[in-house]
Design a protein around this ligand. Structure first.
Ligand SMILES: C[S@@+](CC[C@H](N)C(=O)[O-])C[C@H]1O[C@@H](n2cnc3c(N)ncnc32)[C@H](O)[C@@H]1O
Length: 282
């Protein structure tokens, strides 16, 4: 302790106000956002994704139209992430179309990933109208974060500075969206069912069915764990659960819920380079 104080005093930083872990991560993200903002992102995108397609459609056009048509802003830092994450979601979605069961998304926000799934299905079946797709959101934003959602836990694992305080990135109610906006974005898919309510209280509204694919994007620990608890036992053999948030540094809760559920139920999974984690039920 004494040595640490002495070292700190010699470094002349004993007066520095302590940053919370969230602030440390937010500083890093801001720095990266500036770097991305100044970089020729369109050239990077063209080099990486220029020839990738979903069905016959170019991936870049496809994701751009899904974000525009759902009024979803994709910040510069996510511009190279979102197309690839959408591509992986689309590929798993197409795979799931050959399986028995319905499909669901937990965490819809303005409907961008829902639109990716619907338009992907349309590339396979031009008649696709949203049948058997269930979209679940509180439309009141995130639920109250619990201790597992505090950023400290994972950042310390990653070897962060001692003495940083923990904190949360987004508070209760952040990322609220309009159900009417989602209906409008999905107007070409009138049979997609939107379930407005809190997870898990809203689950009894869902049909008693098997599930072929579930996309989890609710950011926090409790709804991620509750969704895995609900859907995994009803997942068709070969069925898929994707968690969008596994690698998100500001949302350690989703990662912890996933790790906990998979360890407790001995479920194998993979983590993609986009940070999405994926189960295929065996
Ligand atoms: C990151 S956003 C989803 C992003 C969306 N998939 C997209 O493509 O833009 C997270 C969403 O999860 C919803 N959400 C979070 N916790 C929830 C809960 N306990 N019950 C229902 N919805 C929840 C929020 O309302 C928010 O719209």
């Amino acid at each position: 302790m004494f040595l640490r104080m002495l070292r700190s005093a010699l470094a002349g930083n004993q007066e520095k106000p302590q940053k919370s872990m969230v602030e440390v991560l937010q500083d890093t993200q801001r720095r990266l956002a500036v770097a991305h903002m100044r970089a020729p992102r369109d050239i990077h995108a063209y080099i990486m994704f220029g020839e990738m397609r979903i069905g016959n459609e170019l991936l870049m056009e496809f994701t751009r139209s899904c974000s525009n048509d759902s009024d979803s802003f994709v910040p510069p830092l996510k511009e190279l992430h979102r197309p690839l994450a959408s591509y992986f979601l689309a590929r798993y979605f197409l795979y799931s179309l050959d399986l028995e069961g319905a499909r669901a998304e937990c965490g819809v926000f303005n409907g961008m990933s829902a639109l990716v799934m619907c338009r992907t299905a349309k590339t396979r079946n031009p008649e696709f109208d949203g049948t058997d797709l269930h979209l679940i959101d509180s439309f009141k934003g995130l639920n109250r974060p619990g201790p597992e959602d505090h950023v400290q836990a994972r950042a310390v694992d990653a070897g962060a500075e001692h003495g940083t305080r923990s904190g949360i990135a987004y508070s209760e109610g952040a990322l609220a969206a309009s159900i009417h906006g989602v209906r409008e974005a999905l107007r070409d898919f009138p049979r997609a069912t939107i379930h407005s309510g809190w997870i898990p209280e809203v689950f009894p509204e869902l049909p008693d069915t098997m599930w072929a694919l579930v996309h989890l994007d609710v950011d926090h620990y409790a709804p991620t764990l509750a969704s895995l608890d609900y859907f995994y036992p009803k997942l068709t053999k070969g069925g898929v659960i994707i968690c969008d948030d596994y690698g998100a540094p500001l949302f350690p809760g989703a990662h912890r819920a996933w790790d906990e559920y998979c360890a407790d139920h001995d479920v194998p999974y993979v983590v993609l380079d986009t940070g999405q984690s994926v189960i295929i039920k065996q």
